[in-house]
Ligand binder design. Structure first.
Ligand SMILES: Cc1ncc(C[n+]2csc(CCOP(=O)(O)OP(=O)(O)O)c2C)c(N)n1
Ligand SMILES: [Mg+2]
Length: 633
């Protein structure tokens, strides 16, 4: 039994007391794991967690505007902190809870830790159905919170206050384990939150979760070194794990020593500076011709901290060398086993360092290095070309990205998530420090941008934060502008308006579907206008600049490129959240560079454009490969 006796607390008070005492340690540095709690109160959490947070102000409570947004703020914070710190998120029951499900999916897909505490229906049941309870005829042991199960890495329901004693350590184990992390959901029945229990005092002692650097199996490591020596055209794919493991310096040393070129995923961008000669930039569907050409002929692909999404593999068409094989360095065996790889299930930094030592004086051939360097330079020239476009009457997105990149603060962090911006940014953004490029492209969730920007600013208040957001995403979730003002976290929000979905419009066109349903326009004779209506359309009376102003932001409206550059300078000096509003050309896009994405086209259609697109799709589909793993050659 306890050496120090017990403490009588409500379940919610015990929860907060425990969370305050949780720390992580990596490389000898200890960090408090929870920076506080985001929340929106309702009857499902006000008397429990709400009461506890009010009584314990040391565990800072932040009020937000939308439950999905607050989870995204927590995710962005955790990503900026390389998973060493995060937030808890409390919601009421019913819609407040289910609003967090999208956030849970975003966390789990991106392997980022967040603790979700949705309120739940009464455990004691006698007053059921309570307000917002989904009744399920087949069992009383179900609630809407069961929907969190498939999007959580750990899920539990606390039906008795003492269940916290086993649930919380299990939750913390998952949150702090780099191989297991993602959303953790502890459903909190409303009545149980307020019940008191005699908790053992020892349960609340300071607890440090040690995050190690697991090493790869020695035999597998030696085999990997042998594969690398035997390779004539190796390529590294740098994923998010390079950042989370803080392996960027180690990666640079390996690359410079051996001369291996690098392609970067959405989460891995910034692993090397953009101007490093071996950095071929973005890889895959939204990749550069430099990375995609090298990938096509690579005989050995070394994936570091990547989950091989279809954007990275160009829907499994990126690697065409007949006997291409893979080595994967990943802390999660689930990911290291992908692509039939030789799996080095281990910490990225530790394994890169061990591999570098094992490879000794080995170098790739000069000719291959020269080819990579030439492709790098060729790509830089292409970026220059796109940055220099001065389209009229409306600017192109490429030139606006160039303006933010070149005229914005060089130490800033840029954030984006959905629309046509991510693909353009992946190709064009010149990353000058490791954390500068923050893309949520696992869930690519519209509405992440502003909420995420807030989380980044909270994690790195010394940096400027540029939120790049389209009109569609802005309309979905922009109310965290208010939270940024309430809490004094300045954001610079670049709001790019093109009257709808430039991205999905272009996708629709590529499928032969003429942009149907992707513009914000009045219907004509009961039909939403597509491309066939040309400019003979009526725009909606929406004023997004006024909308942003109404939330308390300073708003600068720009007409063209020069205005936009001037606005960036004004925003840099501003003290609180500033929105730079600009319209851009909805049709002028940055092209794809020798890559593909599998979006199946209708197999039969009355539209000739669809039939033509289907034939093209079948050709692309034929290039998709399977990798079963190669024995030593
Ligand atoms: C929550 C959510 N719903 C739908 C989508 C599918 N989707 C991806 S991009 C996009 C349009 C985004 O529009 P906007 O933010 O204006 O960016 P643009 O495409 O115009 O650059 C949609 C609907 C998504 N990614 N996320
Ligand atoms: Mg748009």
């Amino acid at each position: 039994m306890s050496q120090q006796g017990t403490v009588r607390l409500t379940m919610a008070q015990a929860l907060i007391t425990y969370l305050q005492e949780q720390w992580v340690e990596r490389d000898g540095v200890e960090t408090k794991f929870f920076a506080g709690c985001f929340g929106i109160f309702g009857h499902g959490n006000i008397a429990g967690i709400g009461q506890a947070l009010g009584q314990m102000p040391a565990f800072r409570y932040y009020q937000t505007r939308n439950e999905q947004a607050m989870v995204h703020t927590a995710i962005a914070y955790a990503k900026t902190k390389n998973r060493l710190q995060t937030f808890a998120c409390t919601s009421s029951i019913g819609p407040g809870a289910t609003n967090m499900i999208t956030g849970a999916a975003t966390a789990t897909i991106n392997r980022l830790p967040v603790l979700l505490l949705p309120g739940d229906i009464f455990a004691r049941r006698n007053v059921a159905p309570v307000l917002q309870q989904v009744e399920y005829e087949g069992s009383q042991d179900f609630s809407a919170n069961d929907c969190f199960r498939p999007v959580s890495r750990y899920w539990d329901r606390i039906n008795r206050p003492e269940q916290l004693i086993t649930a919380l350590p299990a939750a913390l184990r998952v949150l702090t384990d780099p191989a297991a992390t993602g959303a953790v959901t502890l459903a909190m029945p409303q009545d149980v939150q307020a019940e008191a229990f005699e908790y053992p005092a020892d349960f609340f002692a300071r607890r440090v979760w040690r995050i190690g650097r697991p090493r790869a199996d020695r035999a597998a490591l030696e085999r990997a070194a042998a594969w690398m020596r035997a390779s004539e055209r190796p390529l590294i794919i740098a994923g998010g794990g390079v950042h989370y493991s803080e392996a960027t310096d180690a990666l640079q040393r390996l690359v410079e020593r051996i001369g291996i070129p690098v392609g970067e995923t959405m989460a891995g961008k910034g692993s090397l500076r953009f101007d490093h000669p071996y950095n071929l930039g973005a890889i895959g569907t939204t990749g550069t011709f430099a990375a995609n050409r090298i990938a096509r002929d690579a005989d050995l692909i070394i994936g570091i901290g990547t989950r091989y999404s279809d954007f990275t593999t160009a829907s499994q068409t990126a690697f065409q060398y007949p006997t291409a094989r893979f080595i994967n360095i990943n802390v999660a065996s689930f990911d290291s086993a992908k692509q039939g790889a030789l799996a080095l299930t281990s910490d990225a930094r530790a394994t890169i360092e061990e591999l570098t030592a094992l490879l000794g004086e080995y170098r790739v051939a000069d000719e291959y290095r020269a080819q990579a360097a030439q492709l790098h330079d060729g790509w830089e020239a292409e970026v220059e070309r796109i940055y220099a476009i001065r389209n009229t009457p409306l600017p192109s997105q490429g030139e606006l990205i160039g303006a933010v990149n070149e005229h914005g603060d060089a130490e800033a962090i840029m954030v984006c998530a959905a629309g046509s911006l991510p693909g353009d940014l992946h190709k064009l953004w010149r990353t000058r420090h490791t954390k500068q490029y923050h893309l949520e492209y696992g869930n690519s969730c519209m509405g992440y941008e502003i909420a995420g920007g807030l989380g980044i600013k909270m994690a790195a208040p010394e940096r400027e934060v540029y939120v790049m957001v389209g009109d569609g995403s802005f309309l979905m979730l922009s109310a965290e502008i208010i939270t940024s003002i309430q809490e004094g976290y300045k954001l610079t929000i670049v709001l790019i308006d093109n009257d709808g979905y430039k991205s999905i419009g272009a996708l629709s066109r590529s499928l032969g579907q003429e942009g149907f349903g992707t513009r914000y326009l009045y219907p004509q004779e009961g039909v939403l206008p597509d491309d066939r209506f040309g400019d003979d359309v009526e725009r909606l009376p929406v004023d997004l600049a006024a909308n942003a102003r109404s939330l308390g932001a300073q708003v600068i409206e720009c007409q063209g490129y020069d205005d936009f550059v001037a606005a960036l300078a004004t925003a840099k000096e501003a003290e609180h959240t500033t929105v730079i509003y600009i319209q851009n050309d909805r049709l002028l896009g940055v092209p794809g560079y020798e890559s593909w994405w599998d979006v199946p086209v209708a197999a039969v259609s009355t539209q000739p454009t669809v039939v033509a697109a289907r034939a093209e799709w079948e050709e692309g589909r034929a290039k998709e490969r399977l990798f079963f793993g190669q024995e030593d050659q």
